[in-house]
Ligand binder design. Structure first.
Ligand code: GUN
Ligand code: ZN
Length: 434
């Protein structure tokens, strides 16, 4: 057992529900006791530390902030290095770069090396858990599961299903995708801290037959996650309307195959109409907001507050969408989320932003019994942040007028330099990369 000391900031509820005053727990001289299983045995003000823990080895981060590790609710493992691909829009970007890069993952050795780089990069950025896409290759999904298991990381992924509108090296068949998904579910469900996501890429790259089998999988495995993409780009929406002429709209395509449900995750969801929002809301589905990607690909502005709190409130997570996204940094993701919220006229608060990437994402992903806040019984997945990481940030810090302002400056000015340390299940994983 050991102790981690510092300024603890952890949410107990959604600021939009509990209010800005009551949404968080904050101990400026806090302590976290980590047990031998990597879980939190005690946390609170250091001055109240029970005697039983008094002689444990401790690491003291002083005034630096200790938050729950960031959770990234949408990104692509096989795109780990293909950031900054210069394209006109989503479909151009997919065809010209992404589908070429992803074909390499048929080679297990390439997937293994990439998985290590990918997880290293997540940890370097304070991200301790994610819901990630892989490729159609079972070996690529295996590679990421193996790496996450080796690092004792909470991670959800699955083999991508796509059987059309892609190069042959990145196409399967409906039946093969179904069979191999079932095999992988059998192999990985319940292992370590892993979860399986049934993963039809999006309606453009799946035939009706494949979407039907994705729906069959979702029915067979109601406890598993389902991830796909929805309503990101106008060209994509037009392609779906062409390919599924019977559909009312894009969401209706997924609905037809039973893919709308709790534990279903739809990345982007920018251009949805009221009917679509109502169906997503009623079914308990979630949208994942990917602001740096939406900006980079010129996809559009997601109305985060309106979707989360409008007439048809839809559960909303947040993710980097690497490699459409421009940074692994959750701080950068939150910066773009804020900027976009300004552009659409409904500003999100610093607490809302940090809530979304910690407890908010944990709740949306149904992982909040294990992660998302610094509470007894949860894993000690933590990120230590330095608000004075650069000379300019230190100077800005002198102007800071309270915790909300400190967090705001971090998300607007911060990047990987602000990540002092990352803990996964109580072990340092940033400075002690394995
Ligand atoms: N839609 C289908 N595939 C992808 C992808 O890889 N990235 C993004 N941003 N959108 C997608
Ligand atoms: Zn994506």
């Amino acid at each position: 057992m050991n102790i981690v000391r510092g300024q603890i900031v952890s949410f107990r509820d959604d600021p939009m529900v509990a209010g800005e005053e009551n949404c968080l727990q904050h101990w400026s001289k806090g302590a976290i006791v980590v047990d031998e299983f990597g879980k939190i045995a005690w946390r609170g003000d250091f001055s109240n530390l029970p005697n039983a823990y008094a002689n444990l080895e401790e690491t003291d981060y002083g005034d630096k902030l200790i938050l729950p590790g960031f959770i990234d609710a949408h990104l692509h493992f096989p795109q780990y290095r293909m950031l900054a691909a210069y394209a006109t829009d989503l479909l151009d970007w997919l065809n010209r770069y992404t589908f070429i890069e992803e074909q390499r993952y048929g080679d297990k050795a390439i997937a293994d090396a990439a998985a290590k780089m990918f997880v290293d990069e997540l940890f370097r950025h304070g991200i301790t858990s994610c819901l990630a896409f892989s490729t159609i290759h079972t070996g690529a999904a295996d590679a990421l599961f193996e790496e996450a298991s080796r690092r004792n990381m909470s991670l959800i992924t699955g083999r991508t299903m796509m059987d059309r509108n892609a190069p042959s090296g990145l196409r399967d068949s409906a039946e093969k995708s179904y069979d191999e998904t079932r095999e992988l579910i059998g192999k990985w469900t319940g292992k370590s801290r892993l979860g399986y996501a049934i993963s039809p890429r999006f309606a453009v790259t799946s035939t009706e037959e494949q979407l039907e089998l994705a729906g069959a999988l979702v029915k067979e495995y109601p406890d598993l996650w389902m991830q796909t993409h929805l309503s990101e780009n106008h060209g994509e929406i037009a392609a779906v309307a062409r390919d599924f002429p019977w559909s009312k709209d894009y969401t209706d395509v997924y609905d037809r195959y039973g893919l709308l449900r709790e534990k279903s995750y739809f990345a982007h969801g920018i251009h949805l109409n009221d009917r679509e929002l109502a169906r997503l809301s009623d079914s308990g589905s979630a949208i994942v907001h990917c602001p740096t990607s939406n900006n980079f690909l010129g996809s559009g502005h997601f109305k985060c507050r309106e979707v989360r709190n409008g007439d048809n409130p839809v559960k909303t997570g947040i993710g980097s969408d690497i490699g459409g996204g421009t940074s692994y940094s959750t701080l950068a993701t939150l910066r773009d989320a804020f900027t976009v919220s300004q552009l659409v006229g409904a500003r999100i608060s610093p607490y809302e932003a940090f809530y979304m990437s910690t407890l908010g994402n944990a709740r949306v992903l149904y992982l909040d019994s294990e992660i998302g806040s610094i509470d007894v019984g949860k894993y000690a997945d933590l990120v230590v942040l330095d608000p004075c990481a650069t000379p300019l940030m230190a100077a800005r810090h002198e102007l800071s007028s309270g915790l909300s302002d400190i967090l705001f400056a971090l998300m607007i000015m911060g990047d990987d330099r602000a990540i002092v340390e990352t803990y996964v299940a109580g072990k340092r994983v940033k400075t002690a990369i394995v």
